[in-house]
Design a protein. Structure first.
Ligand SMILES: NC(=O)c1ccc[n+]([C@@H]2O[C@H](COP(=O)([O-])OP(=O)(O)OC[C@H]3O[C@@H](n4cnc5c(N)ncnc54)[C@H](OP(=O)(O)O)[C@@H]3O)[C@@H](O)[C@H]2O)c1
Length: 216
């Protein structure tokens, strides 16, 4: 993981043109993927300017998802179910969940005995949910090498084929991909993001940090 074969071009819909959506979208457009943004307000000047600069079309959430094989849910946790409702039929599609349920005092509002990812999978049972891209700040995505070491891109999900595709997308950004097993293991990946936030913002290490799985 990811497959060493030829890179596959994917139709990717990104719901939400915020920090995560635009960072991932830009990287994947540069890799030749067919990226479309799904937003609440297609007339918003900010969203239009961003989409223009990234060279990816802006659509309603439903239209963006219609032809997508991969749908990235790049919205706050509080907006996740509304956005999924807007998206319409997601059966068979890969839904990438980068969401952290951070509270203002840097804790998790969901976690430990369930996870955001499992809640999403329950809400869209026909979709193939993959937890990914949640364990470090987006500001690092332009350069995932830290003192010669490449950051791990942790992901989990119940569908191996879906994880292989998301693994390709993560590797193309520059992650060293780590398959963390079943979706239930998002119960570990979401608190890992909490640890990242605590280290970055409470312990004062700042946001230019990342986790790496070491091998011997
Ligand atoms: N930022 C990071 O470094 C980072 C890293 C890892 C994971 N994450 C996670 O990734 C997710 C997105 O974070 P972000 O930093 O990109 O947030 P953000 O910059 O605030 O962007 C959020 C986007 O969600 C859209 N949105 C809000 N409510 C919506 C709704 N009901 N339906 C559809 N779209 C809606 C917003 O659109 P409008 O413009 O219409 O408001 C905005 O484009 C969060 O769950 C966060 O926990 C963030």
């Amino acid at each position: 993981m990811p497959s060493k074969g030829k890179a596959i071009i994917m139709n990717v819909a990104i719901i939400g043109a915020g920090a995560v959506g635009t960072t991932l979208g830009k990287a994947w457009v540069n890799k030749g993927h067919l990226v479309v943004f799904g937003v609440r307000d297609t007339q918003s000047a900010k969203a239009r300017a961003l989409a223009e600069s990234i060279k990816a079309p802006l659509r309603s959430i439903r239209d963006a998802c219609t032809d997508a094989e991969v749908v990235v849910l790049a919205v706050p946790w509080a907006a996740a179910f509304d956005a999924l409702k807007e998206a319409g039929g997601l059966d068979g599609k890969i839904v990438v969940d980068p969401i952290n349920s951070f509270t203002p005092d840097m804790a998790l509002s969901v976690g430990f005995t369930t996870s955001v990812a499992e809640q999403i999978a329950k809400f869209v049972p026909g979709a193939r949910v993959v937890k990914a891209f949640n364990t470090l700040g987006m500001g690092n995505f332009d350069n995932l090498v830290f003192g010669g070491q490449t950051a791990s891109g942790f992901m989990c999900g119940d569908d191996a084929a879906a994880k292989a595709k998301v693994g390709q997308l993560a590797a193309e950004i520059g992650f060293e991909v780590v398959d963390c097993g079943v979706l239930r293991n998002a119960r570990a990946l979401e608190p890992l993001a909490l640890l990242w936030g605590q280290l970055a913002f409470v312990q004062g290490l700042g946001p230019n940090i990342a986790f790496k799985l070491l091998h011997r």
